[in-house]
Design a protein around this ligand. Structure first.
Ligand SMILES: [Zn+2]
Length: 221
């Protein structure tokens, strides 16, 4: 990685939403990659302290990475405040209402959102970039993800699968911060680890008639 790319990582702040799912692994990998400040957010203080200790005590820890824990529930009332100081937001939430809220607020505040969702053996990842991407509310139906569970998923899946999904989220986060490679921002990737089928859905552009992604695509006053 170039010195310029490393400097971008060191001077960046990433907000990782949710510690019950892929959050801890994503944070570990971002720390190792040299992200300067990683904010862990979860309403459960024990999950936060467990994740923070695991990162600090592991070989993954990068001394230059600052880890900040925020024991907050991700809810509409304070969501803008929570996201405001982040350069990139990583969606490791296991609650679909909160995922949609993260999409809304990231579009509003012009922050990239690194989404992952799914359960058991089927997952999807999506790098949402305001101005280039459809919001989650628009992207899911276009990607054939209509059956959105509204409750917390009980069955998160195998740790091996979680680790892989987390690694993809970490790679997407690093790419967008360090400006590595080409990111169209309008592709959603679906993984079925049982059948071994992977699928990319392209062309998830902002929709002009959407108040969230359409707004992000219009000229700012
Ligand atoms: Zn939209």
């Amino acid at each position: 990685m170039s010195e310029e790319a490393q400097l971008r990582l060191i001077s960046s702040t990433v907000l990782v939403l949710g510690m019950r799912w892929t959050g801890e692994t994503v944070a570990k990998q971002l720390s190792l990659a040299g992200v300067g400040k990683i904010i862990l957010l979860d309403e459960n203080p024990k999950l936060l302290s467990d994740a923070s200790r695991a990162i600090a005590g592991s070989n993954w820890r990068n001394k230059d990475s600052e880890i900040v824990c925020r024991a907050w529930s991700f809810e509409a009332q304070r969501s803008e405040q929570m996201i405001a100081d982040a350069d990139v937001v990583v969606d490791c939430l296991d609650n679909w209402q909160q995922k949609l809220l993260a999409s809304d607020v990231c579009m509003l505040l012009d922050k990239p959102l690194v989404h992952a969702g799914g359960s058991r053996f089927r997952f999807q990842t999506y790098m949402m970039v305001p101005g280039k991407s459809a919001c989650l509310r628009c992207a899911f139906p276009q990607a054939g993800i209509d059956d959105v569970p509204l409750e917390t998923a009980d069955d998160a899946g195998l740790v091996a699968i979680m680790s892989m999904v987390a690694a993809i989220q970490a790679i997407d986060t690093i790419k967008v911060i360090a400006r590595l490679g080409i990111s169209q921002g309008n592709e959603l990737h679906k993984f079925d680890f049982l059948s071994g089928e992977f699928e990319s859905i392209r062309g998830l552009d902002p929709r002009r008639d959407c108040p969230d992604c359409g707004r992000a695509n219009s000229p700012r006053i």
